[in-house]
Design a protein around this ligand. Structure first.
Ligand code: GDP
Ligand code: IMO
Ligand code: MG
Length: 423
């Protein structure tokens, strides 16, 4: 079985928690895209772990974890994570593997990401500054460094020289910044090149063999459908295909082998960084969601923008990802709100839009058309059975289910593994 778990909004839907929960029944958890921009939180026995590159299944001592070719890998961030986990008694020995053909994020990618976003001025994207777009750009520009090149000293030196010739031209002539020295980067990365070697593997071959043996594989998506480079709110997106289809190209698995697709959806909406967000709340309700949901970026600490649930985008996410089910997170956060709104369409220039428009002018300026539902006041964080949820909470879930036309099979009511309602 190959199950893909994908974010269906603008990221931070709670994928980490859900992947950790679903990993119970899996043999392998494999990340298929994104890089250190991701922040996937897993809470286990009151301890909080935030994963940027390491798959969210790592806390199970018997699961194999894979970083796929679609990921851009920052070795500095990887080893920080490994060290943190090891300090906390999590051993990755012999069960964390990295694709040979994943691309490596090097110091100049991070510097350029930050400089470029500043240079965009008013059009800044608010990137995470982790060198994501710049690493993917080099991959597509065919001057990237793959993991397999990184660990071969002579090849790395050769590739680094070519890349730096170009980057230093930019630094010197255009950005008026200090140039970077080949030898310095070569030396500073030596420790990582040595340490990474034993984890590098032809993971595509391995995954396909394991699929043929009948093993259960969970493909972990980062970001969310509306941060996808093709289907998101371009240009306010990340630089990879975060949709479920990305699992095929980001791991080397045939579409024929994908058997289940699960979408993670928050019971309201959040977004970090710039870009259109029709249901955004800039009032007390937005403040309430941020504070009750503790909506601060897991990677950058930035406050997340908060708003009502948007059924228009979720319906689109269900369609392009081919979702079998939705898992809804953070229903507990809505407790205490008297009237909860759900967007069912948009209005722009006298026209009604029932579907997600690619036209940025429409999406940036439209007004959400809302339905209003009654809230509930009971604490639901310890409820495990659907029938025990307050009637209004059930009504909220069922109305959303009707609007998005895909079953909501599980509901998360807190950050820990046990806080799940299975329907
Ligand atoms: P991801 O990027 O999709 O993995 O999501 P993040 O980890 O960035 O953000 C989700 C946050 O919500 C984390 O702090 C989680 O611990 C927390 N969380 C996940 N599910 C729930 C839930 O059902 N209720 C509450 N209150 N918090 C949750
Ligand atoms: P997870 O996996 C939320 C956003 C950034 C910025 C835009 C582009 O935790 O859900 P990038 O650094 O990728 O070039 O930034 O995308 N972004 C995320 N927002 N969750 C994420 O990941 C994100 N990864 C990137 O804030 O707006
Ligand atoms: Mg996150």
């Amino acid at each position: 079985m190959v199950k893909v778990v994908v974010g269906t909004q603008w990221g931070d839907e709670g994928k980490g928690k859900i992947i950790d929960f679903l990993a119970q029944d899996m043999d392998i958890v494999a990340r298929y895209q994104g890089g250190g921009n991701a922040g996937h939180t897993v809470v286990l026995e009151d301890k909080k772990y935030v994963f940027h590159l390491i798959p969210s299944g790592i806390l199970y001592p018997d699961k194999i974890c894979i970083i796929g070719n679609g990921v851009v890998l920052d070795p500095v961030s990887l080893f920080e994570e490994i060290e943190y986990l090891e300090k906390n008694g999590v051993s990755m020995e012999g069960r964390l593997f990295i694709a040979e053909n994943a691309h490596v994020t090097l110091p100049y990618h991070k510097i350029l990401d930050q400089i470029e976003d500043k240079f965009r001025g008013k059009g800044a994207l608010g990137t995470t500054g982790r060198g994501i777009g710049t690493t993917y750009a080099d991959k597509f520009n065919r001057i990237g460094v793959r993991v397999i090149d990184f660990i071969e000293d002579d090849i790395f030196m050769e590739k680094l020289k070519i890349a730096l010739k170009l980057k230093n031209y930019l630094f010197r002539e255009y950005y008026k910044e200090e140039m970077l020295a080949v030898d310095k980067i070569y030396k500073e990365t030596e420790i990582y090149r040595q340490r990474i070697k034993k984890m590098v593997k032809n993971v595509t071959l391995y995954l396909n063999e394991e699929i043929d043996k009948g093993k259960n594989i969970l493909a972990e998506g980062a970001q969310g459908t509306f941060l996808d480079i093709d289907f998101g709110t371009y240009p306010y997106v990340t630089a990879s295909n975060s949709i479920a289809g990305g699992a095929c190209t980001g791991l080397g698995i045939s579409p024929k082998k994908i058997t289940h697709i699960t979408g993670v959806v928050k019971s309201y909406t959040t977004r970090v960084g710039m870009g259109p967000f029709p249901t955004e709340l800039k009032d007390d309700d937005g403040e309430f969601l941020r504070s009750a949901g503790n909506e601060y970026g897991a990677t950058t600490g930035r406050p997340r923008r908060c708003g009502w649930f948007d059924a228009v985008i979720s319906r689109f996410a269900a369609s392009i990802n081919g979702l079998d089910e939705f898992v809804m997170t953070k229903l507990d956060v809505l407790t205490g709100i008297k009237k909860i709104k759900v967007a069912v369409a948009y209005k722009f220039d006298g026209e009604l839009y029932k579907n997600y428009p690619f036209n940025t002018k429409v999406f940036s300026n439209c007004e959400a058309v809302y339905e209003e539902l009654d809230g509930w006041s009971e604490d639901i964080s310890s409820i495990r059975e659907y029938n025990k949820l307050p009637d209004n909470a059930k009504r909220y879930v069922e109305r959303i289910e009707e609007l998005i036309e895909v079953p909501i099979t599980k509901i998360s009511t807190g950050s820990s593994r046990e806080q799940m309602v299975i329907r």
